[in-house]
Design a protein around this ligand. Structure first.
Ligand code: AMP
Length: 621
């Protein structure tokens, strides 16, 4: 018996989803079909949402990962079959008969987002011919674009929505096995659906999260995994993110006994939410006490929905919250104090989110921090199936039916090696790679720009650690520093600041080549005032913190100038965030650009306009 048919025999269930974007439908988890033949066995289902079956979802994942190689081949076959009429594929000589990964790789080149930009632009402009996908896409996602300084357009299809729900279910199953939550609980989710607009070609455009939240299957999917939001939909869809955040906090408190976990896509969002709570808690308590919503909420739909939720004065709850807040020391343990039945705090805490983990841990007290999974607007990639691991140790298991994955080997210095990319099951433990993705939504051999390290295998699928974004590199000549290097340098310098009981709220960097020689500039927003000599120490420490041999030798022989630390006014990084929100990125998806390119004039201007003090390193004098 061939491996494929054996697989089918031993593993005979799949999750079937209704997937008509235009129609609001319910969906069910049922036990028919094979996990691979996804497109064939998807149909509209009339049944109501059934109870989530944790063991079944885990078994499904186990089976799929045991057969990772076959699932990959089958996934590629389906993608190519489905999109066989796509002009892009036909131009490279792919036809309906191409099913073999080797033939596919020989014909279709590796590409970056820039290569695909003209094709996607045609789709945004309303060209409905089969450009990248056989059928016109129902929506376009705008990726956060915080790394490039400009949002990128990415096709969003029903399959990406399905993938999202599959990933959420898988991750939830593993999470719930380790940290079970109550059946009738809710999740305090800091989620924001930013504006969706219709392009001049008639295609809805929004961030990937917006496309997900607006999908009719989203709410049913959340309900089935016991993750119903505390806030009314009007809050999630509020055009004003500040008002939405206030209302998320208020809604969470109104449901405080039911809240089972607290979530934001990124740790930055969680920290931002509770920092905001520190500032606004008295107003929130007054709302609860009087049963009257603050006048700061002006969006009519949000006001109506929240007034209904408040449903009259509740002085008892107000007093409880007041007492809790006043008893905390420097807000340590705020989250469990507010939500006594919460089991964990959940969000992306790896990669560029690591700098927020310390503060998050402070707010979370004894509650476990669980790292959210690994994905992007281009599609989900891997699930956290070991939720007990701390954010520092978190790894992700690639889900083999979410796309066809390749891994481009990188050298120790982060350069692409001459070697071609390898398949999912051919990766080597300890090696770093750039992720290459082929998905159902018109991306073929697309370099994602993320660096990951293989740390092991879960059955036959790789377990990876997120390392950094590839293109975020501080470099003047032979020096090469990644986002992670920057982070480590900031962490070591922040220790000096911590001695003064001050923390780094946020940071970014820039390569200034207008000076001769060029030098690194680090921007810091810090939580208090301190002496200049402390900041001078920090500046020296930052400079010494870049331990890349190319940087150190260039500094010693002065082909790179002294590192400059620029301290910016409180609230500056909030202004940077506002700027990106204005460009259409969603509050939930926001990631602070850790390295600002010269082309990102506006962000540089915000940072420069708010500098309050500057220091030049004397570390190499
Ligand atoms: P976006 O396209 O705006 O959704 O951003 C996606 C990017 O966020 C990915 O390409 C990664 O660089 C980063 N990212 C996503 N998930 C994680 C994770 N679990 N850990 C670290 N970074 C992540």
């Amino acid at each position: 018996m061939g491996a494929k048919s054996k697989t089918k025999q031993t593993f005979s269930f799949d999750i079937k989803l209704g997937r008509n974007l235009a129609t609001s439908i319910t969906f069910t988890f049922s036990m028919v079909g094979s996990y691979t033949a996804r497109s064939n066995n998807i149909r509209m289902l009339e049944k109501k949402v059934e109870t989530f079956n944790m063991n079944r979802v885990i078994d499904e994942f186990e089976e799929m990962t045991r057969n990772a190689d076959q699932v990959q081949k089958q996934t590629l076959k389906e993608i190519l079959h489905k999109n066989q009429s796509a002009i892009y594929l036909q131009n490279f000589g792919i036809n309906g008969n191409t099913t073999d990964p080797e033939a596919f790789k020989a014909l279709v080149p590796l590409v970056t987002d820039l290569d695909l930009e003209p094709y996607i632009k045609r789709m945004v402009d309303g060209d409905t011919s089969p450009i990248l996908t056989a059928l016109p896409v129902p929506a376009i996602s705008l990726s956060s674009g915080t790394s490039q300084g400009r949002p990128k357009f990415i096709p969003f299809t029903d399959e990406l929505m399905e993938n999202t729900l599959q990933l959420f279910r898988t991750a939830f199953a593993f999470r719930n096995r380790d940290f079970p939550i109550d059946d009738n609980g809710r999740a305090l989710q800091f989620i924001f659906s930013s504006k969706q607009y219709i392009s001049k070609g008639g295609v809805p455009v929004g961030t990937a999260t917006t496309n997900v939240y607006r999908n009719p299957n989203f709410k049913a999917g959340m309900k089935s995994i016991q993750s119903l939001c505390c806030s009314p939909d009007e809050v999630i869809f509020s055009p004003d993110v500040h008002q939405a955040l206030y209302c998320h906090l208020l809604s969470g408190i109104l449901f405080r006994d039911q809240v089972q976990y607290v979530f934001a896509s990124f740790a930055h969002g969680l920290v931002h939410a509770f920092r905001t709570f520190e500032q606004l808690w008295e107003e929130i308590v007054t709302d609860i006490e009087d049963g009257v919503l603050s006048t700061r909420i002006t969006v009519p739909s949000v006001r109506t929905a929240m007034t209904k939720l408040l449903s009259g004065p509740n002085p008892e709850l107000a007093e409880t919250i007041r007492t809790k807040c006043m008893s905390l020391s420097n807000w340590y343990g705020l989250i469990p104090a507010l939500f006594p039945n919460a089991k964990y705090v959940y969000g992306i805490m790896t990669g560029s989110m690591e700098p927020y983990v310390k503060k998050l841990r402070h707010y979370a007290g004894e509650l476990p921090l669980v790292s959210h999974d690994y994905g992007s607007s281009e599609g989900w990639i891997a699930a956290n199936v070991r939720p007990r691991l701390s954010p520092e140790e978190a790894t992700f298991a690639v889900v083999p039916n979410l796309g066809y994955f390749e891994f481009l080997p990188l050298s120790e210095t982060g350069e692409t090696e001459e070697r071609p990319p390898v398949g999912l099951t051919e990766v080597k433990i300890g090696q770093e790679y750039e992720v290459v993705i082929t998905n159902y939504a018109g991306l073929y051999r697309y370099r994602l720009g993320d660096v990951v390290k293989i740390v092991g295998f879960y059955n036959k699928t790789p377990q990876l650690k997120f390392i950094c974004r590839r293109n975020l590199i501080l470099s003047i000549n032979i020096d090469k520093n990644t986002e992670r290097d920057l982070q480590m340098s900031v962490e070591s310098a922040a220790k000096r600041l911590a001695e003064e009981k001050i923390e780094v709220i946020d940071f970014s960097s820039h390569v200034d080549v207008k000076t001769e020689p060029g030098h690194y500039v680090i921007y810091w927003e810090i939580s208090g005032e301190t002496e200049d000599d402390v900041l001078q120490d920090c500046c020296n420490c930052l400079d010494k913190g870049f331990i890349d041999a190319g940087y150190m030798s260039s500094r010693k022989c002065k082909t790179i100038g002294a590192l400059e630390l620029k301290v910016v006014e409180r609230g500056t990084f909030r202004k940077v965030q506002e700027h990106f929100l204005g460009l259409g990125s969603s509050a939930g998806q926001f990631k602070m650009p850790r390295c600002v390119k010269p082309s990102n004039v506006k962000v540089l201007q915000i940072l420069c306009d708010n500098v309050v003090s500057r220091f030049f390193s004397t570390a190499f004098e």
